[in-house]
Each structure stands twice: as C-alpha cells, then as structure tokens.
Design a binder for this molecule. Structure first.
Ligand code: SF4
Ligand code: SF4
Length: 302
C-alpha cells in the first residue's frame, strides 16, 4: 500500500516520462495538487557557452517549460529567463552560493575557464569563485551540455582559457558532491527535464560509468539507427545528402552513447542522421576535444 506522498512522487516522474496528456486523470489530478512551495530550487548558471542548451530546453513539450520551472521545480535564477537583472541578480546568485538562501540544485551550462578565470564573470565576480562557494552549499549538480560536462568546444585542444567541465573543476578541489552529466551539443530537453524531475521527486538516477543517466545514455546511436541495415549490407553514402549509412562520412554513431536514434528530436520529427548529417558524437566525452578528429571526415580510400 503506498501513501499519498509516494503516489505523488511516482506520478511526477511518470509525468515527465510520458507527458501529462498521456496520464490517466487521477494521476494528472494528483500532479495538479503538488504544492509548488515544497519543490526544490534550481540555480541555473552559464559559463563559457553559446546558450544553445538553454534554447533547446525551452523546446520541452510534456510538460511544457513553464510548468517545469514553476510547478515541478522552482527556478531561482537563469540569465535568459529571469526578470531579475543587474546588481539584484548578482546578489541573489551570491546569496545562494554562500548558502544563505536555502537548499538548491545547481545547474551549470558552459565550461569554466580555469586558467583564465577573468574570461567568465557574473558582474565583477568570476564564475570560478562562485562555483567554489557553490561546491560547498549545493545539494547536487547537473552539468548541462558538452561544455559543462567535459569542456566541449571552449575546451578544444589548443584553447587559451584552460576550459574544463564541472566534474573536473570539482574533483581538483576535492569536492565530492553528486554531479549528473548530461552531454550533448545541445542537450535534448527530455534528457534534462526528466533527470531534474527524477532528482527532485525520487533521487539520484542510475548512472553510466561516464556519469550520465542510464535511461538515455546506455546504448549507442548506431544500435537503433534506421540506417543500421545499410551499415550491415555495406550500403554507404559517398556524399552528404546521399541515402545509405553515413559511416564513410565520419559518422560517430557507433562510438556515441545516446538515444537520439530512438527518441528523435524537435518533438520527435527528426534527428541528425534523418537530416542526412553524420552523428558528430556531441554526446560523447571526446566531443570537440582533438584537432585530429574534426566533425566531418571522409574515409581514406584504400
Ligand atoms: S548512419 Fe551512423 S549511426 Fe547510422 S548506421 Fe550508419 S554509422 Fe551507424
Ligand atoms: S545523433 Fe550524435 S551528433 Fe546528433 S544529437 Fe545525437 S549524439 Fe549529438
């Protein structure tokens, strides 16, 4: 026999997985009764990033973004979404980081310029110093996107800022707080919001060895690719736009753990290979790292 609290927890996670519209009315009704005053707070900071992950997150469909940041979590601050700005915003962020504003989950998008801290500031305070404070006060963190997880494009070989991801930044400071890594450039909204709801309502999700939620990152793109049969029959595209498997054009689907080929993107309408673009491995820890592994490559002729 489950009590009401357990029921609401399960209902909340189901809502993120399947969308409120697909739930039986009693469950949807229970979700509507969740008290917004009791949901945890998200402090969303951005480092060296293009804001592409934030834009992608706003494409969430079930539940819609507004419900996700007002009903199922409480957004304390986000540079693009919050009305608060200027000194008021800086003071708010600093209060959270000092632990003076209550419990919170940290969400970080973008890399941290470790060798050049002045390259990324919020007001006159470096992101690195804010994160050093947050490391002591946050409950847990979600690293959102390739840059926040592993340095991504700002951390590419030869970069001048010494850009690193949040896990490496925290490990160097001997901080042992849970960090969920959601890779991608950009991230799929389902990957983030379903993880946040899981953290809020149930707890830490099961993670892969690479620290990513198993639910989304335990199979390769290749395994469920609609062109897998072309791969098996050695029907390969010779140029972008050709039909057939994109392996000879450098597709990294066989090396990349992500469910893009079964989940699809943009509300389930398309994804990279469906648009005739090889998977560039944006959900892989090695994404954009090495100069000798460019996004597009032709297989060398024998
Ligand atoms: S297109 Fe890429 S992911 Fe799809 S079968 Fe070919 S190599 Fe695998
Ligand atoms: S298919 Fe590959 S490149 Fe495209 S979003 Fe998924 S992991 Fe990234």
């Amino acid at each position: 026999m489950m009590d009401r609290r357990q029921f609401v927890k399960i209902a909340a996670s189901l809502s993120a997985a399947f969308g409120l519209s697909g739930l039986p009315e009693p469950v949807a009704a229970a979700l509507r009764r969740i008290d917004p005053r009791t949901v945890p707070t998200l402090l969303y900071l951005q480092g060296q990033s293009c804001s592409g992950c934030s834009i992608s997150l706003l494409q969430a469909q079930h539940p819609a973004p507004l419900a996700l940041i007002t009903k199922y979590s409480r957004l304390a601050f986000h540079a693009d979404l919050s009305a608060t700005s200027g000194g008021q915003a800086r003071e708010l962020i600093e209060r959270y980081c000092r632990g003076e504003a209550g419990d919170y989950l940290l969400a970080l998008e973008g890399a941290i310029p470790e060798k050049m801290p002045q390259a990324c500031k919020i007001g006159d305070v470096t992101l690195a110093s804010l994160l050093e404070s947050a490391a002591r006060t946050m409950t847990a963190a979600v690293a959102i996107g390739a840059c926040a997880c592993d340095g991504g494009i700002p951390g590419a070989e030869g970069n001048q800022t010494g850009a690193v991801g949040l896990p490496e930044f925290l490990a160097k400071r001997q901080v042992d707080k849970p960090v969920v890594r959601i890779r991608g450039c950009s991230v799929h909204p389902d990957w983030v919001w379903q993880t946040v709801v899981n953290l809020v309502e149930i707890g830490m999700p099961a993670l892969t060895e690479a620290g990513a939620p198993q639910r989304f990152f335990s199979r390769t793109v290749h395994e469920t690719c609609p062109r897998y049969h072309d791969f098996q029959q050695e029907i390969f595209a010779a140029r972008l736009g050709d039909s057939g498997c994109l392996f000879n054009l450098g597709c990294l689907g066989p090396l990349t753990m992500a469910d893009c080929s079964s989940r699809w993107w943009n509300g389930g309408t398309t994804w990279c290979v469906n648009a005739n673009a090889p998977c560039v491995g944006c959900a892989s820890p090695i994404f954009a790292k090495q100069k000798n592994l460019p996004f597009y490559r032709m297989k060398k002729k024998a």
